[in-house]
Design a binder for this molecule. Structure first.
Ligand SMILES: [Zn+2]
Length: 360
């Protein structure tokens, strides 16, 4: 693990080469968020008030889903403090932006800013890193799923991406709630209940069929888009004790218009160097990283990263290897032997060797 550096080490070397305005908040990002909010609202009203044909409702649901995803990307930025500095405004806008997933701003900042960013890809301390095969093997339901052939796991994984972000954030509420001071807990609970109460009230107001178009399908689309990015951010990288963003993060490339729609969320390694910087400046950070440490930087097209995610197993065998719990095949991770051009297993283990309960 020698030759690894913390994000602060990299940031200190890149900072002098960035313009001063890169370290200031960029409130104009809110115009994008407002556009998403208004389009989503118009969609929700159109489906609710009129009896539109099925195809029109489906198209509108898709548009609302894209808006929900865009708002979540902006919510991530807002709650890092890169858009507005005033805490109340930051939390209010962040809460509205994340309302489709039901994530409260205080929970998100504790979970994402203060835990995931500080302990990225630490096997025990990062709540967002994937589990080890040893952990999964002790949980019968999870182990059953991971012992299925890859084809079934692939279908399951794609379906999983449509609800993963909502499921994980709800789980995080129960993980982190007790860590808030007792006088803060009612507010944290309110921030969870308020968005959910809104969606549930809407269910009774518009009825279940229209609700599917104004919430369920859009939330599934937003989940899929967010979860796809989140999966490519770290899941192909090693777990490690030192939080080195060049080793434990992956930046994906997408067409420029996608970056505009998703507030440059594809620049993920850059984000881990400068989480408190507006993503508007990440292309400049990328330039510098590629100039200083081209051999350490991980980057690939989003489509290729998604394909590799489908071709490789998710459970970690150890920090730099993934293991297929169906056949014992072991795969390397990025920077440790995984070849993005040609994904293949480099060894095969007897499953009993890797502490998995024997198949019956
Ligand atoms: Zn972040």
């Amino acid at each position: 693990m020698k030759d690894l550096h913390s994000f602060g080490w990299y940031a200190a070397r890149v900072s002098p080469h960035l313009p001063k305005e890169a370290f200031k908040p960029v409130p104009t990002r809110l115009f994008g968020g407002l556009a998403y909010f208004l389009v989503a609202l118009a969609g929700i009203f159109s489906v609710s008030l009129f009896n539109l044909p099925f195809w029109a409702n489906t198209l509108i649901a898709m548009a609302i889903g894209l808006c929900f995803a865009g708002m979540c990307f902006l919510g991530h930025e807002i709650l890092h403090g890169t858009v507005v500095r005033k805490p109340f405004l930051r939390d209010f806008l962040g809460g509205v932006a994340f309302s489709s997933i039901g994530i409260g701003p205080k929970l998100w900042r504790k979970w994402h800013n203060m835990t995931h960013h500080v302990h990225t890809q630490h096997e025990h301390n990062d709540p967002d890193t994937w589990s080890t095969a040893e952990f999964i093997s002790k949980r019968p339901l999870l182990a059953f799923f991971f012992r299925q052939p890859n084809f079934i796991r692939m279908i399951g994984y794609i379906i999983f991406l449509t609800f993963n972000f909502t499921l994980h954030s709800t789980r995080m509420f129960f993980v982190f709630f007790k860590e808030f001071k007792p006088n803060k807990q009612p507010l944290v609970l309110l921030e969870l209940l308020l968005p959910w109460a809104t969606w549930i009230v809407l269910l009774f107001v518009v009825g279940p069929v229209k609700w599917v178009f104004i919430f369920l399908i859009p939330a599934a689309i937003a989940n899929f888009i967010m979860s796809s990015y989140i999966a490519t951010n770290h899941n192909l990288n090693p777990q490690m004790e030192v939080n080195d963003p060049l080793a434990n993060s992956l930046s994906v490339t997408v067409p420029k218009w996608v970056n505009v729609l998703h507030f440059n969320f594809s620049y993920h390694t850059e984000h881990h160097l400068f989480p408190a910087m507006s993503s508007k400046y990440y292309p400049l950070v990328k330039e510098k990283i590629k100039e200083f440490w081209p051999e350490r930087y991980h980057e690939m097209p989003m489509s290729r990263a998604m394909l590799i995610l489908l071709k490789t197993p998710r459970p970690y065998l150890k920090e730099d290897e993934l293991v297929d719990m169906f056949n014992g095949k072991v795969y390397s991770v990025l920077g440790k032997g995984l070849n993005p051009e040609k994904v293949e297993s480099h060894k095969k283990l007897n499953l009993k060797q890797v502490l998995l309960p024997s198949k019956k």
